[in-house]
Design a protein around this ligand. Sequence first.
Ligand code: GUN
Length: 290
Amino acid sequence: MTASVIDGKAFAAGLRARVADQAARFEQAAGRKAGLAVVLVGEDPASQVYVASKAKQTAECGMASFEHRLPEDTTQADLLALVDALNANPAVDGILVQLPLPRHLDEQQVVARIDPDKDVDGLTPLSSGRLALGQPGLVPCTPLGSLMLLKDRLGDLSGLDAVVIGRSILVGKPMAQLLLAENCTVTVAHSRTRDLAEVVRRADIVVAAVGRPEMIKGSWIKPGATVIDVGINRLPPEEGKTKGRLVGDVAYAEAAEVAGAITPVPGGVGPMTIAVLLRNALVAAHRNAG
Ligand code: GUN
């Protein structure tokens, strides 16, 4: 069998178009643009690329983009003061503090300071609690984008066996909660899981979010399963090249021989994250304006 390729890039473009449409209607009704603030501390090159892309796509969707770039040696107090100012700014509907923060900063305290009504990343304790309790709230972008791709492909997920590999706060844990809410039977696997191959082999849905290049092998995949690869890993450069290839957490070519459907890297889950962020910002704008 050769898997169908799940085109996250195309799905994300469609979602952004719908968000742009709604953003225009929001502006007409509210007399202002919906606003998204992104905060970047330090010089991490990958984060700089993400943040630039977020700002560009925010503007393209017809929302106001507020970009705050702070130096590496920013203090906890200064960062908290910025979050407080954004919380109080009525033009800002959503706040995202790009993670990871430099090591001297207390990430949990900073995230917890974000007004839950502006928590477009869905990472504050209140948002996580709401997700766990099945109450409406803002949901982390990458897991929600992954779920959208799954539902688009499979429709009703009820009763399916899902394995999430990775237990991060950003992806693994919220992904498990979302799948549970869809009535999947959910297993969360991680670095200490025994016989991961066997666990993966049971799954109708595999979500890989471990951050280890090509760790999930094709022989582990149940024939016909749907595979969502959240990993984005850069391999060391080959001879004569300056940049290595981008690969996911799944050994794509092997897995595509067995799976029913699979997301590529790049062009799968990656583009969904920012599209869902923009969607979350608009949801927050409607709530904050209403
Ligand atoms: N770093 C990598 N992905 C994300 C994300 O979705 N949100 C935030 N805040 N930081 C990230």
